[in-house]
Design a protein around this ligand. Structure first.
Ligand SMILES: *Cc1c(COP(=O)(O)O)cnc(C)c1O
Length: 361
C-alpha cells in the first residue's frame, strides 16, 4: 500500500534531533513563549527575508491576528480566492470583515489577478492572497492593484513555506504573511503552531500583544486579546525542522519532476513557469472522472486525497456569507486529485503511482 501521508515515517529522519530538543525543554521547565520561541521567530524571519516573525498557536489564528493588527473598519470587504481552504475565509469572518470571492486562474489554481479589480468596491479594504498547494501567486500585478487602490495585503502562506516569486520568499510581499505549522505542512511541528511575518514593527507589536491576552506587561491589558501562544516544545521542534526545510522542499520538487516526466497526457498537471519556485505541499492532477480514478487507484493500493472536495461557496457554513456562484472553483473541486508526495515516499513509489495512473481507462 502506498499511503497518501504517514507522519511517523515522514518525521523519522529527525527523531534524534527531536528527542534532544524535548530533553532540553523538559530540563528548562519553561513551556510557553520563551527563548525557543524567540529564537525560532528570529530564524524564521531571516529565512523568509522579513524583519519580524511572531509565533502563534495555529495558522487560522495567524490569519485572524494579521487582519486584526491592520485595524480595518468592521464590515469592510476582503477579496479572497474562491477556491481556498476554508480557514482563509473563516479568518475574515472572525475578524468582523466580509469575504468577497475572486475566481482563480485555472492554470495556476491561484487568485486570477485579471479578475480582482472588477470586485473592488468602496468598501474593499484588503486582499488576502493564498499561495495554494505550494505555488506563489503572481505577486507583481497584485501589488500594483494594492498600490493603486490603497488596499492592505495579507498572504496566506500555510501551504508554501519557502516558495518564491521572482526570487522573493512568500510571506515577505504583503503587509503581513500568515503561516501554519500543522504537522502535514512542509514546515510542520508535532502538534499545532503558526506564525505571522511582517516588515512593519507596529503590526508585529500588535500581534505580540493580541496573542497573549492583549497584554505586553503581565496582568496589564491594553487590548481585547486572545490566547494564541506558541509552545516552547513546538518552537524547538520547528527549529529542528527549519534546518531541514530546504532539503524537504528540494526532495518534494524532485518527486514532482518525476511525476511530470512519467504521467501520461490525459491528465492536467500543475503548471510550472519561469519566475516561480514551487514547493509542492500538494501535487495534484485534474481528470474529469476524478471519483472513478480515486477508486481505481485505491483498488491498486494507492491512497490519494482531494484538496478540496467542496468549493467554499457550497459549504453550509458560508450560506448567506459567501455563496455566489464560482464556476471555476467548482470545476477545480470536481476534478482535482492529490497524489502521494510526502518526504518519506521513494522514487519507486512515485514511478508505481505513474504506471498505475497511465493504465486507467
Ligand atoms: C492549513 C491551512 C490553514 C490553517 O492552518 P491551521 O494551522 O490548521 O489553523 C490556513 N490556510 C491554508 C491555505 C491552509 O492550508
Amino acid at each position: 500500500m502506498i499511503e497518501y501521508e504517514n507522519l511517523r515515517k515522514a518525521n523519522a529522519p529527525f527523531y534524534a534531533e527531536y528527542k534532544e530538543a524535548f530533553s532540553r525543554i523538559l530540563e528548562k521547565g519553561w513551556f510557553v513563549l520563551g527563548d525557543e520561541v524567540a529564537r525560532f521567530e528570529e530564524e524564521f524571519a531571516r529565512y523568509c527575508g522579513v524583519k519580524y516573525c511572531v509565533g502563534v498557536a495555529n495558522g487560522l489564528d495567524a490569519l485572524v491576528l494579521s487582519l486584526k493588527s491592520l485595524n480595518l473598519l468592521a464590515g469592510g470587504e476582503v477579496l479572497v480566492p474562491s477556491n481556498t481552504y476554508i480557514a482563509t475565509i473563516l479568518s475574515i469572518v472572525q475578524a468582523g470583515l466580509i469575504p468577497v470571492p475572486v475566481e482563480p486562474d485555472i492554470r495556476t489554481y491561484n487568485i486570477d489577478p485579471t479578475l480582482i479589480e472588477e470586485k473592488i468596491t468602496k468598501k474593499t479594504c484588503a486582499i488576502m492572497v493564498v499561495h495554494l498547494y505550494g505555488k506563489a501567486c503572481t505577486m507583481g500585478p497584485i501589488l500594483d492593484i494594492c498600490d493603486r487602490h490603497q488596499l492592505r495585503l495579507v498572504e496566506d502562506c500555510a501551504q508554501a513555506h519557502g516558495a518564491l516569486y521572482k526570487g522573493q520568499k512568500v510571506g515577505s510581499f504583503g503587509d503581513l504573511g500568515a503561516f501554519s505549522f500543522y504537522p502535514t505542512k512542509n514546515l510542520g511541528c508535532l502538534g499545532d503552531g503558526g506564525a505571522v511575518t511582517t516588515n512593519n514593527e507596529e503590526y508585529a507589536n500588535t500581534v505580540r500583544i493580541l496573542r497573549n491576552y492583549g497584554s505586553k506587561e503581565k496582568y496589564h491589558n491594553e487590548m481585547i486579546g486572545y490566547n494564541s501562544r506558541l509552545d516552547e516544545l513546538q518552537a524547538a521542534f520547528l527549529r529542528v525542522k527549519l534546518n531541514h526545510l530546504e532539503e524537504i522542499n528540494t526532495y518534494k520538487r524532485k518527486l514532482a519532476a518525476l511525476y511530470r516526466e512519467n504521467i501520461g497526457r490525459e491528465y492536467i498537471l500543475p503548471i510550472e513557469e519561469d519566475g516561480y519556485y514551487d514547493v509542492y505541499h500538494i501535487f495534484n492532477v485534474r481528470c474529469s472522472r476524478r471519483n472513478e480514478l480515486k477508486q481505481y487507484l485505491l483498488k491498486n493500493d494507492i491512497k490519494t486525497d482531494i484538496h478540496y472536495p467542496v468549493s467554499p461557496n457550497k459549504q453550509p457554513a458560508l450560506r448567506g456569507i459567501m455563496d455566489e456562484a464560482c464556476p471555476i472553483s467548482e470545476e477545480i473541486h470536481n476534478t482535482i486529485l492529490s497524489l502521494p508526495i510526502s518526504f518519506y515516499h521513494t522514487e519507486d513509489d512515485i514511478l508505481r503511482v505513474c504506471s498505475v495512473l497511465n493504465k486507467f481507462s
